[in-house]
Design a protein around this ligand. Structure first.
Ligand code: ACM
Length: 265
């Protein structure tokens, strides 16, 4: 099965939801693919310094502006999208991503492992690592940025049947892109890390986001890697069913050979 996946890297403007939605629309709005992944907190920017600030840009997962835009694009382009946003749910705010499908379905993941000052503003995610059908029933699991440092995140998604890991990110540490090679390889899954670029200043602290978004195959090979500064969308063609084959040699299987009785998890 041929399946066209894509990554969109860009520079969101802090708290400028209108600009960010327009910019995403101009980047991906006229591209037809099967699945495109965009960065973490793509509608709002990242480096908040109060809950009040966060509340102004947080939205309902199913009826907010982000859902509205991507539902329209999904229908028009017959493409599934994964995009990061700040989710308001009752009295809680989650750092979330949504998978939006051409048939109108929306599935939500809430970031499990909060990074740095996110812990001051967001509630820890409570969805766990579920796997959802994207376009053509391809199995997609979501994790967000810092979830990468816990191998259990990608492993849980793969054990739950993910063929592709969609990984919106706002990376500031230098190790993730390398580490994701191992995550893809050890789980025999495709992965799409959609990172952002640019800087954000908060009082005296400045964060620089590392770009270098990438798409990897089930052997951890780089199918496409972006640079540190480009705002762009790139597509590659894959066969998602390759992720169902967990064999490594004729004697070894990445899942079948696990010795769970010896693991302290
Ligand atoms: C991160 O989790 N945004 C680094």
């Amino acid at each position: 099965m041929k399946y066209k996946i894509g990554v969109c890297q860009f520079k969101p403007k802090f708290l400028d939801t209108t600009y960010n939605l327009e910019q995403m629309k101009s980047l991906v709005g006229n591209i037809q693919a099967d699945l495109i992944v965009l960065p973490e907190l793509a509608t709002s920017g990242y480096f908040f310094n109060s809950k009040k600030q966060l509340i102004t840009i947080s939205e309902d997962a199913y009826q907010g502006q982000t859902a509205d835009l991507f539902l329209k694009l999904a229908k028009k382009n017959k493409t599934s999208y994964v995009v990061g946003f700040s989710e308001k749910f009752k009295d809680k705010i989650f750092n979330s991503s949504m998978l939006v499908n051409p048939n109108g379905d929306i599935h939500v993941y809430r970031k499990t492992h909060l990074f740095y000052e996110e812990t001051k503003w967001f509630n820890p995610g409570n969805t766990g690592f579920k796997v959802f059908n994207a376009k053509d029933n391809v199995k997609v699991g979501m994790m967000i940025c810092f979830d990468w440092i816990f191998p259990e995140s990608a492993r849980s998604l793969a054990l739950n049947g993910a063929q592709i890991i969609a990984h919106p990110a706002n990376l500031v540490l230098p190790w993730c892109q390398q580490a994701m090679i191992t995550r893809s390889l050890e789980n025999r899954v495709f992965s799409i890390t959609a990172n952002r670029i640019g800087n954000e200043q908060n009082d005296s602290q400045k964060l620089t986001f590392t770009g270098l978004s990438q798409m990897l195959n089930t052997k951890g090979e780089v199918l496409k890697k972006l640079n540190k500064t480009e705002e762009s969308v790139h597509l590659v063609s894959i066969d998602p069913e390759k992720a169902d084959d967990k064999s490594i040699t004729e004697y070894n299987n990445a899942f079948g050979d696990r010795r769970t009785e010896y693991y302290n998890l």
